[in-house]
Design a protein around this ligand. Structure first.
Ligand code: HEC
Ligand code: HEC
Ligand code: HEC
Ligand code: HEC
Ligand code: HEC
Ligand code: HEC
Length: 444
């Protein structure tokens, strides 16, 4: 009788540890609040938090609907399918007349997900519009980029689970002790003391369990890092409908004509309005459907095409919205990749010569379809994406084509023969082997 009870107690810790580690392993599948990601993927092509575009600005849309007298929950129905909402709710019917463009239906979004999107939108600060003068292009970094990861929830859940388990182990053990007569009910050890004694007694399983928990937390953390801030398909609207295909495609203008610092510096650069004027002073779009767009160039440049054809000096910056945005703590250098690494723009931005609409962050599946691209699997612009390519991309060593590698190659070959052999085992030397996986190379 007594023995079987003690055996029960003995089995307790391993059972708990098993259940707990199982939960930890399953936890990566807990979905995080990802309002920002969903907004960027599904809504940002038409909506911005604080500016009207194809669709109205979404800041505090829920408050607007409820004060405007919309039916309860009608806004969620709207996002799922605006036609149903418009048929059921006169307020929604009114909203649908906002423009001739119809909104898409998103039947896949749950109420919780829609709330996450709208919560995220409401949390975006209104970018104070302090516009610099003198016609310099202003790259308006979208506030969307500074979203925080949803990992907090994971930590809260894990620590709550941990506390509950500690408490219940203590409690169960106390009960069993009492029932087996090993101890008296007024055994006045605290939970901590009790836990310490227990942990010491079963130090092997406890030690192993802690190790498992620790390792799985690290794995979870790194899996999480690869998924946060996914911005694929992010496509902000632009002040001028500038089509890349007409310029870089049909008219064969070299990327570097406009993005002229791409081979020389960290950033590629966005052309100033003067660059547009080099051609558009002549190409005024008269009688063409795009005449209105060219007028915007003129007003930005302070150019008066009628009559005098002079610059008035009254310039306005074109506020291009930045499309590809990395967080501030990441260092990315264009010339290093394009010149030293010899990577084509297509690999990361897709085929811009065929892009007729506003630029967007191409999803990795699209990039993989392009001939000659290295096939990657992690979402574009995430850390996993950078890391994956650095692990796969072979660097051309010592072909005399670029001094940077030739020097590294020489040093490796002459000073570090065993390392060189090790690198060459798989027949190639990758970026990661030369340091492309070191945290400090990419992080300030
Ligand atoms: C294809 C463009 C498009 C996309 C994508 C889009 N919307 Fe809309 N949305 C509109 C338009 C246009 C309106 C204005 C109603 C109209 O004219 O039909 C609107 C209206 C709304 C409104 C009402 C706003 C108000 O001021 O009353 C909400 C809320 C809304 N959209 C949410 C969303 C959410 C959330 C997403 C992403 C899941 C989304 N929309 C994606 C075009 C779009
Ligand atoms: C005639 C000038 C011009 C040429 C040529 C041109 N671009 Fe652009 N590009 C622009 C302008 C203006 C913008 C900003 C507007 C936008 O994002 O749509 C831009 C934006 C971009 C962006 C997005 C920038 C961001 O905010 O993240 C990428 C990527 C890009 N161009 C790549 C290319 C590539 C690749 C080529 C060559 C195949 C090219 N461009 C040729 C003018 C040009
Ligand atoms: C290895 C991937 C990669 C390649 C190759 C690449 N880009 Fe980029 N590009 C990026 C990333 C990442 C950003 C975002 C940079 C940031 O936010 O700091 C970016 C941003 C840009 C921008 C926005 C302005 C800026 O400098 O941030 C333009 C324009 C651009 N790229 C054009 C080009 C052109 C043109 C080429 C080819 C000559 C090219 N890129 C090749 C990854 C790449
Ligand atoms: C090297 C010459 C050149 C430069 C520089 C240039 N463009 Fe153009 N642009 C053209 C040509 C050529 C066309 C096509 C005209 C046509 O198809 O009738 C065009 C067409 C356009 C159109 C209308 C496209 C359409 O069919 O809808 C817009 C908008 C435009 N350009 C904007 C810009 C902007 C903004 C800049 C500066 C960032 C710029 N362009 C720089 C040559 C240039
Ligand atoms: C398509 C492949 C590819 C992608 C995607 C890519 N890189 Fe690279 N990266 C390279 C190559 C090739 C080099 C080699 C150039 C060199 O060593 O200087 C390199 C080198 C670097 C280096 C210098 C490493 C060193 O040893 O000096 C840094 C930093 C870097 N990349 C950052 C990034 C970041 C940040 C991203 C993601 C935003 C990124 N890269 C995405 C291919 C890629
Ligand atoms: C090849 C470039 C590269 C290397 C090497 C790299 N990172 Fe990153 N890291 C990035 C990029 C790019 C992002 C931004 C990803 C995003 O915004 O989705 C990032 C994001 C992060 C974040 C998330 C911060 C945030 O914005 O929420 C952390 C933490 C991080 N990295 C830690 C590390 C550590 C630790 C290492 C070394 C083991 C490392 N990184 C190595 C490119 C790199």
């Amino acid at each position: 009788m007594k023995i079987s009870n003690i055996q029960k107690i003995k089995r307790m810790p391993s059972k708990f540890i098993f259940v707990f580690s199982l939960l930890v392993f399953l936890s990566p599948s807990i979905s995080f609040a990802d309002g920002g990601g969903n907004f960027k993927a599904k809504c940002s092509s038409c909506h911005q938090p604080h500016k009207n575009g194809t669709g109205p600005k979404l800041f505090q849309a829920r408050q607007k609907w409820s004060t405007g007298g919309a039916k309860e929950g009608s806004i969620y129905q709207w996002v799922n399918n605006w036609q149903t909402a418009a048929a059921n709710d006169p307020y929604a019917a009114g909203v649908s007349k906002w423009s001739a463009t119809a909104m898409n239906a998103f039947p896949e979004l749950s109420k919780v997900q829609i709330d996450e999107i709208l919560d995220w939108v409401d949390a975006q600060p209104d970018p104070a519009t302090a516009g610099p003068a003198n016609g310099a292009p202003v790259v308006d970094v979208d506030p969307a980029s500074s979203e925080e990861g949803g990992n907090t929830w994971l930590w809260i859940i894990l620590s709550t689970m941990f506390i509950i388990i500690i408490l219940s182990v203590g409690g169960v053990r106390r009960q069993l002790k009492i029932s087996t007569g090993e101890s008296t009910p007024n055994d006045n050890l605290t939970y901590t003391e009790e836990f310490k004694a227990w942990a010491w007694k079963y130090r092997l399983p406890v030690g192993l369990g802690t190790l498992v928990i620790f390792l799985s937390l690290i794995v979870t953390l790194f899996q999480g890092l690869g998924r946060i801030n996914v911005v694929e398909n992010y496509q902000p609207s632009q002040p001028i409908a500038f089509p890349h295909d007409k310029h870089a495609g049909v008219n064969g203008i070299d990327c570097k004509y406009c993005h002229n610092s791409v081979t020389k510096s960290k950033s590629a650069g966005i052309p100033t309005v003067n660059v547009c004027m080099n051609c558009h002073k002549q190409i005024n779009g008269e009688g063409k459907p795009y005449a209105a767009e060219v007028k915007k160039i003129y007003s930005a440049a302070g150019y008066d095409p009628t009559g005098s054809g002079k610059y008035t000096g009254n310039t306005k910056p074109i506020l291009w919205n930045k499309v590809h945005v990395l967080p501030d703590h990441v260092y990315f250098n264009h010339s290093q990749h394009v010149v030293v690494g010899g990577i084509d723009c297509k690999q990361c931005h897709g085929d811009m010569t065929k892009m007729s609409e506003a630029v967007k962050v191409q999803p990795v599946e699209e990039l993989n379809k392009i001939e000659g691209n290295i096939k990657l699997s992690k979402p574009t612009l995430t850390m996993g994406w950078c890391i994956e390519c650095h692990g796969a991309k072979e660097v051309s060593l010592g072909d005399g084509k670029n001094g940077y590698y030739d020097e590294i190659h020489r040093r490796l070959r002459d000073n570090d023969k065993s390392l060189y052999k090790k690198y060459l085992k798989d027949g190639k030397v990758t970026v990661s082997e030369l340091g492309g996986w070191e945290c400090a190379k990419c992080h300030y």
